[in-house]
Ligand binder design. Structure first.
Ligand SMILES: [Zn+2]
Length: 674
């Protein structure tokens, strides 16, 4: 007969198996919902402690001797004085502290008295999860997977891992440091309260293994998924390390409650600055590739005035020039001098001057963390500053481009070393290149791939912990860059590709695509409405123009697969311009307001919508019809006057009364303000 130790406070109760220390019950006492559906898969922690001849030396919490468990009111402390792996005993102490408030707050401490390095620490681990109540109604965010237990997305690497698993990393493109599971009525939020940006993973694992994943299993077999918070602290021999606080919060409500909690925590340390004047009015950019690694020239600097004209004509007065630099996109990094074949420095300066005379802003594409590894400069010198793997080899990317051969694995026209942002010499080099671009007269740069995380850098000459090189290095670089630009008196706008949340402390415009689940886009906008993120649009993407309006986001025009301009897409451009009139008129709601998602209004009808609240309390409801037939909707804003205004692209706004039926054309939009 198993015995248990339990703590509870009327809101939440957690129960541990006294023999193993595994979490076998996690209960929301306010709703009565049990979140560990399969206690046989209860878990506690894991450690990775590589030995000289055995890298995969995992220590499983479930295979340890009985821990000492101390209960004190609403706190439980579980202590293992030493641990074992398949290779025998390791003199490593592990202490897990569970403290209950409205959530469970969990830390894990590692006291490494062994001669080895504790590279990975997994914990807490919530095992045996099947759903929040009914698994079929349970949704996982960020990716909006329904019934994640039975629709598990297996990303396990070949045969090296015994169970279906996937890793949701932070930092990562557009990442926030939590996962949420909810059923619409209540949820389970798991976060890591860690401002350092060290490599973190929310690791999901399903047991047992079936092939294919999600196959039938006999009823008596224990099945469930675990959610683990993992870190790569590289705890040295003789050192003690305590994890940042993890929050396990069973809550009422759906993902909005989770987003509210995360935002409240994030804003205790994340400082989102106010944007430069012109960025405040930014409605989108025209994004065009000029020159590629395979010598394809799509535009020269002499063609830029025509690009500026099309951007100006359709009221998106900003152009973003890709591959303007020596060698074009995916060549020559980190030299961001203007390419001679396109017209050289003189040609680019003239193009920028022309754009400015027309009131058009010019951004230059660059990369802050890549070097072209095929160059002599890299091979002879810059290689020192590149990230290295466990064996000292350079970590590299390859990109397919114009020719078929580059789509054969690893046969790109180049190799692109991921440079270590924690190395000051590299930071100085990119600061110099950035100031060079600013002095060409450009209004800003877009650091492509600034999102490329997580990477562990093992280069011992860089003098950093492998797990903290990337984000912490980027934060230091961006602070130093801002100081250097300020010292030169340069108002130069930093943009970046798919930034994770904390990067918006420096990045003013996120080059985002929003091609994932719409629910994830809603989550991002709802959590941090003040971040400026673009939505990718090609020449027939009318629905995505409406989607951008629904979210209040600016547009990223990549016409003709990044090669063209709005002049090549006049129908779409004119339509986008007509939505821009609404966007500008309702800037207080759509661009500078608070996104309420589907809250604060009732919308009847088969239609997508988003609700934006301005500081005066009025709300704008953006309706979006992505169907092939017209549809009708009725909109009633909660606690607002029934009289309002109705906006349609290309038409003057008219009076509107709540409950009046609004017809929305196929692939069209309408906006109600009340
Ligand atoms: Zn490094």
């Amino acid at each position: 007969m198993a015995s248990y130790r339990e703590i509870s406070n009327g809101q939440i109760s957690v129960r541990f198996d006294a023999a193993t220390g595994s979490l076998v019950s996690l209960r929301n006492q306010l709703t009565g919902t049990e979140l560990v559906s399969e206690p046989r898969l209860g878990a506690s922690f894991r450690l990775l402690v590589p030995l000289p001849d055995y890298v995969a030396n995992y220590v499983f919490g479930t295979e340890q001797a009985t821990p000492m468990i101390t209960i004190n009111d609403s706190e439980a402390v579980l202590h293992w004085n030493g641990v074992t792996s398949v290779n025998g005993r390791l003199d490593i102490g592990v202490t897990m502290r569970w403290r209950l408030t409205d959530a469970a707050n969990v830390t894990i401490e590692v006291d490494n008295r062994s001669p080895h390095i504790v590279e990975e620490v997994w914990g807490p681990i919530v095992g045996g999860f099947q759903g929040v109540g009914d698994p079929a109604k349970t949704i996982l965010l960020p990716d909006d997977t329904r019934d994640p237990w039975r629709n598990f997305r297996d990303e396990a690497p070949n045969w090296g891992y015994p169970w279906p698993c996937r890793a949701i990393w932070y930092p990562r493109p557009m990442g926030m440091q939590f996962v949420e599971l909810h059923n619409g009525e209540e949820g389970l939020y798991i976060s890591s309260e860690d401002a350092s940006g060290q490599t973190t993973c929310f690791h999901l694992e399903k047991q047992p293994h079936t092939d294919p994943c999600n196959g039938w299993i006999p009823p008596a077999v224990a099945s469930g998924i675990h959610i683990a918070v993992t870190k790569h602290p590289f705890v040295q021999s003789g050192a003690r390390w305590v994890s940042p606080n993890s929050v396990i919060w069973p809550h009422r409500g759906d993902w909005h409650a989770a987003a509210d909690r995360y935002r409240a925590w994030a804003l205790t340390w994340m400082k989102l600055p106010s944007p430069s004047d012109w960025v405040r009015d930014f409605t989108g950019w025209q994004h065009t590739i000029m020159y590629t690694q395979s010598d394809a020239i799509h535009h020269r600097f002499a063609d830029v005035p025509a690009l500026s004209d099309s951007a100006k004509k359709y009221d998106f007065p900003c152009i973003n020039l890709v591959g303007f630099h020596v060698g074009g996109i995916e060549r020559g990094y980190p030299d961001f001098s203007p390419e001679p074949r396109l017209g050289g420095e003189e040609g680019l300066r003239a193009a920028i001057d022309d754009a400015h005379k027309k009131g058009v802003r010019v951004l230059l594409f660059s990369k802050n963390n890549r070097a072209h590894a095929n160059t002599e400069r890299f091979k002879k010198d810059l290689i020192r500053l590149a990230t290295k793997d466990r064996d000292g080899e350079v970590i590299q990317n390859h990109y397919g481009y114009d020719t078929l051969d580059t789509r054969i694995i690893h046969q790109s026209r180049g190799r692109y070393a991921i440079m270590c942002p924690a190395v000051k010499e590299w930071q100085d080099l990119i600061i110099g290149e950035t100031i060079k671009m600013a002095k060409l007269g450009a209004d800003g740069t877009q650091y492509d791939q600034i999102c490329s995380a997580p990477v562990l850098c093992y280069d011992p000459t860089h003098n950093h912990n492998p797990g903290t090189a990337l984000a912490a290095g980027n934060y230091e670089f961006l602070n130093r860059l801002r100081a250097a630009l300020d010292a030169e008196g340069l108002d130069f706008v930093i943009c970046g590709e798919e930034p994770w949340d904390a990067l918006y402390q420096w990045v003013q415009i996120g080059y985002c695509r929003h091609k994932g689940s719409r629910e994830e886009s809603r989550l991002r906008k709802y959590t941090f409405p003040e971040t400026i993120q673009t939505v990718l649009i090609d020449m027939y993407d009318f629905d995505r123009v409406n989607f951008a309006l629904m979210l209040g986001y600016p547009l990223d025009f990549e016409i003709k697969r990044w090669r063209g301009s709005l002049a090549d897409a006049s129908a779409l451009a004119a339509y986008a311009q007509s939505t821009n009139v609404i966007r500008r008129e309702l800037a207080g709601h759509l661009m500078n307001g608070v996104f309420r998602d589907r809250l604060d209004a009732e919308v009847a009808g088969s239609i997508e919508y988003g609700v934006h609240r301005a500081t005066d309390g009025s709300i704008a409801v953006v309706l979006m019809n992505d169907q092939d037939e017209p549809t009708a909707a009725r909109v009633a804003a909660t606690d607002r006057p029934s009289k309002g205004r109705l906006y349609r692209p290309g038409e003057s706004p008219i009076d509107y009364r709540a409950e009046q039926e609004i017809s929305v054309p196929a692939h069209g939009t309408a906006v109600v303000v009340q």
